[in-house]
Ligand binder design. Sequence first.
Ligand code: SF4
Length: 605
Amino acid sequence: MQNTLLMIAEVLRRKTRTVMVGKVGVGSNEPIRIQSMLTSETTDLDGVIREIRALDQASCEMIRITIPNRKALDAIPEIRRRMSEDGIERPLIADIHFNPQLAVDSCEPFEKVRINPGNYADRKKFEIREYSELQYAEELERIEEVLMPLLKNLKSYQRSLRIGANHGSLSDRIMNRYGDTPEGMVQSALEFLRIFKKYNFHDTILSMKSSNPLVMKEAYRLLVLRMEEESMDYPLHLGVTEAGNASEGRIKSAVGIGGLLCQGLGDTIRVSLTEPAENEIPAAKAILRDVEALMNSVSGNISHASLSEKKEVPGESSAYLSTGNPFFSRANLRTENFDDVETIMLKPSGCRIGPRESFKLMAWAGKNSYPDPLKVFDARLEESTQEQILALEDHAIEAGLNEVNFEEFRSKILLLKSQNPLFSLQKFKQWVSPKLMPLMVGFELPVMDSVEDHLGLAAELGELITSGQLHALVCKEDDPESISACFAKILMQAARVRMFQADFISCPSCGRTFFDLQQTTNLIKQRTAHLTGIKIAVMGCVVNGPGEMADADYGYVGAGPGKIHLYHGQQCVERNISSQVAVERLIELIRSEGQWIDPAEASTA
Ligand code: SF4
């Protein structure tokens, strides 16, 4: 029994090649690497060195720097000199948008170059256009030509590359053919990846980031599926963009990054917070700590080919697969014979998601199936419906569930009281006939001193909620303001199943930022957090901000020193207003759209 438990608890890490970033290896034979990005401009040498020292001390393994122009690139040799004076050897990564020549020239001073396939070879014109197959092929030839100088320099300086696609930042060509979807993100990266592969360059890492953890997770899973189809084994860099700050930013990142790690996907991670860069490292470590406990680092993976046909697998294996296999969608697991849990039909998911709207539908899919889905229950639930609840604790799982006679017990609610909910639920499903499965599965949260100590738990619970397996979170304390109740609310909002306050998307800031993003984000949060159900983006620059705020309802975007653009959806409605009045004007804009309520009214609602 013990062996079986151990086997099912393991997550198989997806097998990849190793890509060297300087002396740091990235891939499944290596530990999962933690990285971050500077917020200072490279021309602010003292600021840059201060940040690099803090990141180095926090054990950040790779440091990314935005290179928006030639001046920023020219500052790198001096930064290197100061780093070596301090004995700091961390690899540096250039972050390039819109300027292919800067990427080409970054190959010499940087260990790795990150490019965005949405804006490397294309200028966005928001054109609606149908491409014939021939026209599309011509476009790909043009991209190949634009990539040649970069390819040459990457090879001659022996540098690595990240092709980083971002939701909301795709080329017109991709948008017209695939839309702003996970499939579009994946195809955007694959167009570039195939060209590098064709010329025998393989030191490539890929990322599929979005501020929405559900979009990001689907995009990464789909990317892995598509890479398997083309026998590609490139490592993954995981991140949720513009996650925000404080507990919200950390939990959103845990749901996205941690959820994928729980499935064996991911080789390097960045927790992107609107806070000092060094704060990202403990958050990343906290997510990794719990997930790595589940992880069997290099034992191999399950090939796509083995799942391309419907096949029968024993029940035990299905539990194993569902935690370790990137191609497996739980929605596709169904039993052919409800009396016999040993025989389960399994087919690959294909992972297609379609237009953005379907995420909302997916998130609310359980609404009609359960009396009150995804509610934060208080302690009274347990008292009032005691006979309907089966509470399952770790010791019962370890004992093989022998203490409970399931045939006699037809409970409506399964309440997991476990330190490892992902594993416990898989184990429970393995033991219990599907016809006896409770209508609702809940998880009892531990009493918490801080949200930050439970990011691994957020990752597991987020995975269960977004995959439709968990329907309720239960707080032991009868206090809606307790830390565990706050954790539950933020987690459900991050998993897009309930909204308890305005949702904030804020970029981490970088050398392109034109204002104090941390202070402004906090101010906007203070003024608008009570507006349940709307999304507000606070973005540092007009270069990437409008694209990457994706599905925000309102946007506050830096347009130049002291200047702000305001957006309603994707439309810029006020240009170059003074930052002195911009927060008030944002509130006026929300009011004019009929979405403002006064805080006092909200608290009595
Ligand atoms: S939105 Fe602009 S300022 Fe913010 S991190 Fe991205 S590039 Fe930097």
